[in-house]
Design a protein around this ligand. Sequence first.
Ligand code: PMT
Length: 394
Amino acid sequence: MLKGKSIVLGVTGGVSAYKAVHIASQLTQASAQVDVIMTEAATRFVAPLTFQAVTGRPVATEMFGLGSNCGIQHIVLAEAADVIVIAPATANTIARLAAGIADDLLCCTVLAAKSPVILAPAMDANMYENPVTQDNLSKLQARDFITVGPASGRLASGKEGPGRLAETSDILAAISQALGRESDLAAKHLVVTAGGTQEPIDPVRCITNRSSGKMGYALAEAARDRGARVTLITAPTSLPRPARMQIVDVCTAHEMHTAIRDAISQCDALIMAAAVADYRPTRAAKDKIKKEAAELTLELERTPDILGSIKGAFVKVGFAAESSNLLENASRKLHEKGLSLIIANDITARDSGFGSDYNRVTIVDQEGKTDSLPLLPKRQVADRILDRVAKLLG
Ligand code: PMT
């Protein structure tokens, strides 16, 4: 979403201004064109040269800077911007934006902009919780300004509370989401499942599988970045939690079934990348099973077939994790479960599938047409699947 995009990064005079260097670096590495505007106060915390070194582009610090190109700088920057992000956004800048003041380059540029504007507030907790700051933020949010954070935790003053600059990953997610706000999944609600369910044997042990959740999380993030409202229903994983989506944590197949039923009332598409247990222990022991007997036999029973039982006027996409007869088994599941598409993946391949950052899938539709993709990063696989979902959603 970021490649080739023009991002204006406004940096204001807060102690977390140094974190904006990382944001600028991440955006530049994602092949975005980053134009930094610094307020005078920001230059007291970080030298403009640092940003210029990271972005490879001149840094704007003055309204009437002599180095500015022939155009009126704030107009040029505003018209070129695909998105403006102000990180950190101090209470002072927030107040001036809310009042429409335009006596410095950053506020002028924002006032002249038609692109989305993202604010990442960062300040002392008392300043953030001050009613006037809250009023200013509410005014700006009512004018479609997007806010990210602040996070809560230890502040420069040594106190704890809200006021820390949001994590860079959350700010980058907000930028991607803003860039994708008019993409092909805009205004659609997608429910995505991820990870491997855990079926309890006793309070300590469970039956699970090797799903890492990467495929499902890639689908959720890709859908978010294409403008969708996303509900991610996830079994336990060790992945960072994706930003800017609703996340429902589940453990068992039964909990996942319940969570999906609750989530799909207004959904446009359900994509089940989760590895849901087909069997669970008939009885989960209340106490930890002692290793006394030489053998232990577990009695298992079937879990609900979630995809097969969920009905509704939404696109249903399933995955088929197969170790043989890939297309035959996948097609059978597509028809048995009444799916719109099924994504067949050979889980015996060492370079893809469970746990891998890559997947090699074949997309099968209801007419039996197949689209076999090469080995791709899971995010690219996700976008190819969402291309098909977007088409089905018309
Ligand atoms: O998570 P990763 O490490 O990234 O690995 C990705 C993956 C290999 C887990 C993923 O690509 C994948 O194949 N997910 C589906 C795994 C699975 O349960 O496949 P299956 O063939 O057993 O089930 C078929 C479909 O029915 C799946 O969409 C599954 O979510 C669903 N299902 C399964 C069991 C069940 N009781 N109810 C279901 O709805």
